[in-house]
Design a protein around this ligand. Structure first.
Ligand code: FES
Length: 543
């Protein structure tokens, strides 16, 4: 009987078992968000030996380099041993750093020491002479970043990051909601808690002196962590249970409070676990944390904030008035559904230049041979194709070809179908920008600073984004990349209870704009599909 080995575990292969099925039997988690249908391409594995024993490439795998297969599409057909490795998520580029200002915050943590006694909200919970620690935890759908902070002096003691272990239930928020709803038993919560617990123990020798944890993430990640039912977030009107509680006057804020004992975390059992408030629906506690990081609550000038992802969150405003929206831009800019799209693994093309003699220079992650194109690489490719007029504004190749090769060996390409998908992802963001700026009655030029948050925002070429019409055509100097602003905001919330109470009040007054109900949405979307600079439609004079 043929055998399959992955991660040093071996199993005999039976008929009609894909490599994905075999990996599952070995308890090796292979990512998927398409239920093994060959659509998401997240189950990419590297065949290290025995590829000749496998079934022929399926339609869904024609683009792959010889050593790669989609685990859900490959079957062992001949006697012998097939060995494989899943692509290491640990090699993914994780943004751990924010670039703002928790250094400047006045220290007023919820946990304080009087003598040897430790108090939370005037209640003594412990006695210790050791350092008092707190944790800031940014739960991203893909990656999790943890900071260990000395809460008495604000010093960063350790940082850790890991892939969100819920990835096996799908890479996007909707698949996690479906999985959690279908499977019950809070499996996603339990798995996450186990990983977070291990990380805590690995970065802190005295975990029982961790007295507070501040949690942020999108609405689904936050609520899954606290064990709330997330079904309602996936159904219209897309609300967290905490929002319904506020609407029914059962709570005054969408923030969540618990303790370590209830949350089964290996820290002081009475430690406070605080989840930042959400702004509404898909504008979650991660955006609320970013609001702290960009100091919107103190900002006199009008600024914009954008975090581009599968869902793009946009905020426009200042300390007096702010509005927000979440735009479902889809997975294209993260490489999903793009022929050679891939996450930011080794070998992903992340930047590209086309010289005047048509020579192509590419930069890949960790200088590995090109395997595919990650999000920032896709922006760079489009930017260069537009700049050199190889595609026209509707995304068609001017020379009549159906694809363009990014590498000299002619293995990695982008085709018109890919470009079409990217134009639609872009259009969703453009429509959101147009509608929000109109609602706020400001032109793009009137924005003082345009903040770009998150890993995607950190790596994109802003000039290319302006050229292809993903970002407004304003001076490049107005854009400010702020990296992982969520972890920065969470750190600020950890170090100052008054700050997070102020945030709870502030987010209640941020109006969420429903994009789909705007009559101009479709027109903006259609215009946004074009590869041209974004038009400024809101040019009327105002005070
Ligand atoms: S699980 Fe294989 S492509 Fe989605």
């Amino acid at each position: 009987m043929p055998t399959f080995t992955i991660h040093n575990k071996t199993i005999q292969s039976k008929a009609n078992q894909s490599l994905f099925d075999l990996a599952e039997e070995l308890s090796v988690a292979v990512p998927s968000s398409c239920k093994k249908q060959g659509k998401c391409k997240e189950c990419l594995i590297e065949i290290t030996s025995g590829s000749e024993l496998l079934s022929p490439l399926s339609d869904k795998e024609q683009h792959l380099l010889p050593q790669y297969r989609l685990a859900c599409q490959a079957y062992i057909e001949k006697e012998g041993e097939v060995k494989a490795e899943s692509l290491k998520r640990s090699r993914i580029k994780i943004e751990e750093k924010g670039t703002t200002v928790s250094d400047n915050i006045v220290l007023q943590p919820a946990v304080i020491r009087k003598g040897n006694k430790v108090y939370v909200d005037d209640i003594c919970i412990a006695e210790t002479t050791k350092t008092l620690f707190g944790l800031a935890v940014d739960i991203g759908t893909t990656t999790v970043v943890v900071r260990l902070i000395d809460i008495e002096n604000g010093k960063l003691m350790a940082t850790a990051s890991f892939e969100n272990p819920q990835h096996f239930a799908g890479s996007n928020v909707m698949s996690r909601i479906v999985y959690d709803t279908d499977h019950g038993k809070k499996e996603l919560k339990r798995i996450f808690t186990a990983h977070l617990s291990n990380t805590i123990l690995s970065i802190c020798d005295t975990p029982t002196t961790i007295f507070e944890v501040v949690i942020g993430g999108n609405t689904t990640m936050r609520d899954l962590f606290f064990g709330l039912d997330v079904f309602t977030i996936g159904q219209t009107p897309y609300k967290s249970l905490t929002e319904f509680d506020v609407e029914k006057n059962q709570k005054t804020t969408t923030s969540i409070q618990s303790n370590a004992k209830k949350m089964h975390l290996p820290i002081h059992p009475k430690a406070l676990i605080y989840g930042l408030p959400i702004i509404g629906g898909h504008v979650g506690a991660d955006t609320a944390a970013c609001i702290l990081a960009i100091q919107l609550m103190e900002e006199e000038k009008t600024i914009a904030f954008m975090d581009i992802g599968t869902n793009t969150e946009i905020v426009i405003g200042n300390k007096y008035r702010a509005i927000t929206a979440s735009s479902p831009s889809g997975p294209a800019f993260e490489g999903g559904e793009i022929t050679f799209g891939m996450p930011a693994f080794d070998g992903a093309i992340e930047n590209i230049q086309i010289e005047s003699d048509d020579t192509i220079n590419i930069q890949t992650i960790n200088q590995k041979p090109p395997v595919g194109i990650c999000g920032s690489g896709l922006i760079a490719v489009l930017g260069e194709l537009v700049r050199t007029k190889k595609i026209n504004k509707v995304g068609r190749f001017e020379d009549g070809s159906d694809r363009w090769y990014a590498d000299k060996n002619k293995q990695v390409f982008i085709n018109e179908h890919d470009i079409n998908l990217l134009s639609q992802a872009k259009a969703a963001n453009v429509a959101a920008l147009q509608i929000l700026f109109k609602e706020y009655d400001r032109t793009f030029e009137e924005i003082d600073t345009f903040y770009l948050a998150g890993g995607f925002g950190e790596h994109i070429d802003i000039e290319a984004c302006i050229r292809i019409g993903l970002l407004p055509n304003i001076p490049v100097e107005k854009y400010k990349k702020i990296g992982n602003a969520t972890i920065e905001g969470l750190t600020m919330a950890l170090l100052s209870k008054p700050t997070r109470l102020a945030l709870e009040r502030f987010v209640k007054n941020i109006r969420q704009v429903n994009l789909e109900s705007d009559p101009a949405f479709f027109d903006h979307f259609v215009e946004g599909c074009l590869f041209q600079k974004i038009k400024n439609h809101n040019t009327k004079n105002h005070k």
